[in-house]
Ligand binder design. Sequence first.
Ligand code: GP9
Ligand code: MN
Length: 416
Amino acid sequence: DGSELVEVGNYINANYAAPDPTKYGIAKGRNIIAISLESLQSFVINQEMDGHVITPFLNELTKDPDTFYFTNFYHQTGLGKTSDSEFILENSLFPRNGSAVFFTHSGNTYQSMASKLGDAGYFTNVMHANNRSFWNRDIMYGALGIDKFYDLESYEVGEGQAVNWGMKDIPFFDQSVELMKDMPQPFYSRLITLTNHHPFDLDEEDKLIPAYNSNSNTLNKYFQSVRYMDEAIKTLFEDLKESGLYDNSIIIMYGDHYGISENHNKAMGMYLDKKITPYDNAKLQRVPLFIHIPGYGQGETVDEVAGQIDLRPTILHLMGIDTKDDMQLGADLFSPDHEPFVIFRDGRFVTDNAVYTTDVCYDTETGEEIDAEVCQPFIERSMTGLDYSDMIINGDLLRFKEEQEQKPGFNEQMKK
Ligand code: GP9
Ligand code: MN
């Protein structure tokens, strides 16, 4: 009957973080280009591998005055991998534990970022050169209110333009920008890259740096593959500038999930020159986030501890779209009320003081074990957050929100 919705709604209202007025609406009316960077982790940014710069273009971007770069931003995905990251971004909810929500709950009612932008006059779409039914996207995108899915059939994969899982990122970006030129504006395009995916295979001509040399063939190829991704992003920016779309767009780029699993701890330890502990494994879940606003000029590096769940409110507020009455579990990254606290889908969490994993509380900076008391209140809060998210999804509670919003007094009831 939706009474659970009132309970969850109260929790969400209590956690609402009002936007920073100096950031609210700074990208209003622009096209939104959101790029899912396949398997990109933060440990490669501003780093070298055997003297080779791994991400030269992104490194420049971290210092660019039009860019906000986030150093303590975490993925929160589970088994649904890329699709989980999409779910989190669109809904500011957690994915499900032990299964992919794109498969299990594609019949639900959602209030996605795409549907909010659609209501605000945006043409919303996803661009991804793979089969449309992969991850059940074709069905789920309907539930998320996405106007169009530019899938593999929208692309022409010429000779030499495919490797590994499919179309290479450089021609993918190139053709995507061509397609954007014909879109009604403003548009919200979410582009999902593919080349930097396990097993990280490349054609010889795309290997711009040598492989690493460790006992992990996966990690060895990862650096090369990331280097190719960096090159692809550079060409995307060039393509956007040439097309004339660049100046009136906001470009958001984020890593979807880890690329190097704990199975490669030994090789990772060799690269990072330390023994990888559960603490390190948790911190390795950081993925890069770039928010690039051409002409803005006041970008900076942000060290706030945050996660993918914060993307929806952050982006919508930059666009000048209110989220006060939305059922979201994340908070605007620029809000003075944003709390440095990120919950992983498996129950681990990170705050500005502590990293909690394998039942141990570690100091966030040093990795030293610290008093469990520091973690205790956050253990309960992380369980509450995950439970409420599950409650919304398993109970399909957002269908009641639409109904109840028609009735007078519902929002007042939620605020009590
Ligand atoms: C497939 C791509 C990769 O379409 O999104 O999926 P992943 O294995 O990373 O979830
Ligand atoms: Mn992925």
